[in-house]
Write a protein that binds this ligand. Structure first.
Ligand code: CA
Length: 163
């Protein structure tokens, strides 16, 4: 016997039921789709990427865990276009003065910034010199990036699914 769990992020319900081994298919097939992936219903599509903004505040470390459980990672803003699209979108939702966690961090080596999806950190939008230590703080448009404490600063955050 197996327990089948299904969780619905839209209404928060969780359904579990036992299914018998005999109901499982004897063989599985993998279908290769030629149509583009689509974003899950609670994510928004922007320029080919999938994003979900969380207005509840968490530490960067907690936000990282949340994003990894429901998507790929905390948002990685790897171009000026992506940075501005996201910052303008959040300004539209939350208004001026809001900051949120982005995925950039230099935990492995102080001053060497990395994105959680492994993309090169060759675009940046720092307010001033490249900072040392901390986790990326993204302000709504048109603000520039700063850093905050990864373990204690509570902020809203954005998750991203790579497409
Ligand atoms: Ca990205």
């Amino acid at each position: 016997m197996y327990t089948l769990l299904s969780y619905s992020p839209t209404d928060g319900t969780c359904d579990s039921r036992l299914i018998s081994e005999t109901t499982l298919p004897a063989t599985t097939t993998t279908e290769v789709s030629t149509t583009p992936r689509t974003c899950p219903p609670d994510f928004v599509t922007l320029n080919g990427g999938c994003y979900k903004y969380h207005q509840e505040k968490k530490t960067w470390m907690e936000a990282k865990t949340t994003c990894e459980s429901e998507s790929d990672h905390l948002v990685a803003l790897t171009s000026l276009q992506e940075q501005n699209q996201i910052a303008i979108a959040i300004y539209g939702i939350r208004g001026a003065g809001v900051t949120f966690h982005g995925g950039g961090n230099d935990m492995d080596s102080d001053g060497i910034w990395e994105w959680p999806d492994g993309q090169p950190f060759d675009f940046s939008y720092w307010e001033g010199a490249v900072p040392t230590g901390g986790c990326l703080v993204v302000p709504v448009y048109p603000g520039k990036w700063t850093t905050g404490n990864c373990a204690s600063d509570m902020r809203e955050f954005m998750c991203e699914i790579d497409m």
